[in-house]
Design a protein around this ligand. Structure first.
Ligand code: GDP
Length: 424
């Protein structure tokens, strides 16, 4: 069976949790491929509200093996807490598989992120301060510690000593903080190792075998395309690669296995923290989108900036990910607007761009060119089929398909699993 990649097409918070949960139904394996415990998927399953940050939501289905692949950075303390919480709600967590190649988030990553973000002052990125960026930085610098190192105390201690020498020098000499104690870290992490061991596996071989045996595998991205380290609005991005290509590097199999690439797109756009956002609505409409859409961060509680759908960015997301279909979320939030604008391109210093401008400075100055569509007054959250939607809402969906040149397969009109309307 072929693999499916599911990812966000905007700046994250597209409702991926709900979409992934819906799509997971027919899957045997669900794989997280990047990011860390900064993702914050919200899932409502059988009336239970669950906030998962690291573990794939596939854990809720007894027939699914959830996998955390190589490209994810793992805070073992957080992972064990999340497992405990799931266990307490009665979920069987024993199927979780964690790659031994995942890099570990260490106590100094959290400490360093706190002080460096403070040091940057108003230029700080507004990260989640979970040590994720610093862990990826160490991975690239080849000084990271990995999950597999937990099971060789001698190696773990050796690697830690080398890293800690530099980290403690930075913490004490540059930031005036106290040094971290290596023995304490070894003791804590060795303690955690025992609890993690049952979950650790060679996930690349596992997934390869699964595909060979005709199982279906879904690769689930966190954050979104415009937060991608390479393809997003750098430097206002995350420290990993949510794009489809990276899903394969992380999971450890090749592109010929992938048949579907599903882009999750919210019916409007939100963005957390700093960075360019051409369709941002600073007035009443933006406020209304935020209130109706409950646009507050799952992990940080921060209010999100809101604006209209940007089809130029959606086309870009489609191109860089090779999207084969769209899962449109939160259409219900748009009820009650007389007109619903869609951005089709930009004007920058008198020049027109139909696509995402190639230079950051241009994007910062981009003014949206809007096409205005009729809105609809009716609430749509009780619609059972696509045809139940008001004509204007259906036309909005069809126009998105045309502008993105990708078909919309499902329209979501509420947070529950049942509020998903096949639109194909
Ligand atoms: P994620 O990280 O991409 O899952 O995004 P969020 O953290 O923003 O979660 C999306 C929020 O919207 C959650 O509270 C969901 O339950 C909710 N949600 C998902 N789909 C829909 C939808 O179609 N309509 C509404 N009103 N809410 C939705």
């Amino acid at each position: 069976m072929p693999a499916t990649i599911v990812l966000g097409t905007q700046w994250g918070d597209e409702g991926k949790g709900k979409a992934v949960d819906y799509l997971a139904d027919g899957m045997d394996f669900v794989v997280r491929y990047q990011g860390g415990n900064n993702a914050g998927h919200t899932v409502i399953a059988e009336g239970r509200l669950l906030k998962l940050q690291l573990i794939p939501s596939g854990i809720l289905y007894p027939h699914i093996t959830p996998v955390i692949a190589d490209g994810v950075v793992v805070d073992p303390r957080h992972l064990l807490r999340e497992l405990d919480e799931l266990r307490r709600t009665g979920v069987d967590v024993s199927r979780l598989r964690l790659s031994g190649n995942c890099h570990l988030i260490m106590p100094y990553h959290l400490e360093l992120e706190k002080v460096t973000q403070r040091f940057l002052g108003r230029n700080a990125l507004g990260t989640t301060k979970r040590g994720i960026g610093p862990a990826y930085a160490d991975k690239a610098a080849r000084i990271g510690l990995r999950v597999q190192d937990l099971f060789d105390q001698k190696i773990f201690r050796e690697k830690l000593e080398i890293v800690l020498r530099e980290k403690n020098a930075i913490l004490t000499k540059l930031y005036g903080r106290l040094p971290l104690d290596g023995d304490e870290i070894v003791e804590e992490y060795m303690d955690l190792a025992g609890s993690l061991e049952p979950y650790v596996a060679d996930t690349s071989t596992l997934l390869h075998g699964a595909l060979r045996d005709g199982k279906s595998v879904m690769l689930e991205g966190a954050q979104g395309t415009l937060l991608d380290l390479d393809k997003g609005t750098y430097p206002f991005v995350t420290s990993s690669n949510p794009v489809a290509g990276y899903a394969l590097a992380s999971a450890g199999f090749g592109p010929k296995e992938v048949q579907r690439v599903v882009g999750i797109v919210k019916a409007y756009v939100t963005r957390v923290g700093a960075g360019p956002f051409p369709t941002e609505e600073l007035g009443e409409d933006g406020e209304r989108l935020g209130v109706r859409g409950q646009e507050f961060g799952t992990v940080t509680g921060r209010k999100r900036r809101c604006g209209w759908l940007d089809a130029a960015l959606l086309r870009y997301a489609s191109r860089v990910n090779g999207l084969t279909e769209l899962f449109l979320t939160k259409l219900d939030v748009l009820s009650g607007f007389e007109r619903v604008p869609i951005c089709t391109g930009y004007r920058v210093e008198g020049k027109q761009f139909d696509d995402f401008p190639p230079h950051q400075s241009l994007f910062h100055k981009a003014e949206p060119i809007y096409e205005e569509l009729d809105g609809w007054m009716e609430e749509v959250d009780e619609a059972k089929t696509f045809e139940d939607l008001p004509k204007a809402a259906r036309e909005y969906v069809r126009r998105i398909e045309e502008l993105a040149d990708v078909p919309v397969s499902v329209v979501s009109v509420g947070p529950a699993r049942e509020q998903s309307l096949p639109a194909g």
